[in-house]
Design a protein around this ligand. Structure first.
Ligand code: HEC
Length: 212
């Protein structure tokens, strides 16, 4: 009888041990789960660094390779609320499409932004009235390239990549200078709250704007 009691005690103790070990195991897995996002952050930092390393210099040839091979612009997004073929204004051709890279899309959606970050690339396809591609015009933000006028590197290419103009063409800067307060961009506001001088010009309907 007494032996039975001792056996019961042992059983009870060992089951307690198992329960507490189990609990410890769970705590550790919870800790591992809490650490997981940190690991992801490290990953995206690494991705960012890799991407920065792959970014072209302020050079029309390097920029062409980037938008056609490294990160083909047709895989980017259209400027929000300006999707697909759009009627264009002089001098950019009758029809156009405006592509924005992932970084630029994030800046457009960010309430805190009134200008684009370094590294953002915007590509505009310019078509003839019969939808033949006539030229590509590109704006690429390069830190320290041209700080007085927004650090944009400007380039114009024929469809085969031949450079028609690049760097700081007075024509591009002169006309886009009219929207300097919106980081020299005509198509839409930078920052989802509509910071920049486009605000006064547009009829502003927040329900309709930038929903995706
Ligand atoms: C006479 C004015 C004018 C000149 C010159 C001009 N642009 Fe533009 N650009 C515009 C307008 C207006 C838009 C908005 C789209 C449209 O309606 O054609 C635009 C749009 C763009 C866009 C899309 C991003 C944005 O600002 O909305 C790019 C990229 C661009 N232009 C590049 C260039 C480059 C490169 C040059 C020089 C080779 C140039 N532009 C010269 C008026 C001009």
């Amino acid at each position: 009888m007494r032996q039975g009691l001792i056996l019961l005690m042992i059983l009870l103790l060992s089951s307690l041990l198992v329960v507490s070990c189990g609990k410890k195991g769970k705590d550790m897995s919870e800790m591992a789960m809490e650490e997981a996002p940190a690991a992801e952050e490290v990953m995206s930092d690494a991705d960012e660094i890799t991407k920065m390393a792959a970014m072209p210099g302020a050079d029309a040839g390097e920029l062409w390779n980037f938008i056609t091979e490294t990160s083909p612009y047709k895989e980017w997004s259209y400027w929000p609320d300006y999707e697909g073929y759009q009627p264009g204004n002089s001098p950019h051709g009758a029809i156009l499409r405006v592509f924005v890279d992932e970084h630029g899309m994030a800046n457009i959606a960010d309430d805190m932004k009134s200008s684009m970050d370094n590294g953002v690339v915007i590509v505009k396809e310019n078509f003839m009235p019969d939808t033949t591609l006539a030229a590509l015009t590109v704006m690429y933000k390069v830190e320290g390239f041209n700080p007085e006028v927004g650090d944009w590197f400007w380039a114009k290419y024929s469809p085969d990549g031949t450079v028609a103009a690049s760097g700081t063409p007075a024509g591009c800067i002169g006309c886009h200078g009219g929207v300097a307060a919106n980081d020299y961009l005509f198509t839409g506001d930078v920052g989802a709250d509509g910071a920049g001088d486009m605000e006064e010009e547009h009829e502003h309907d927040d329900d309709e704007k930038h929903e995706d």
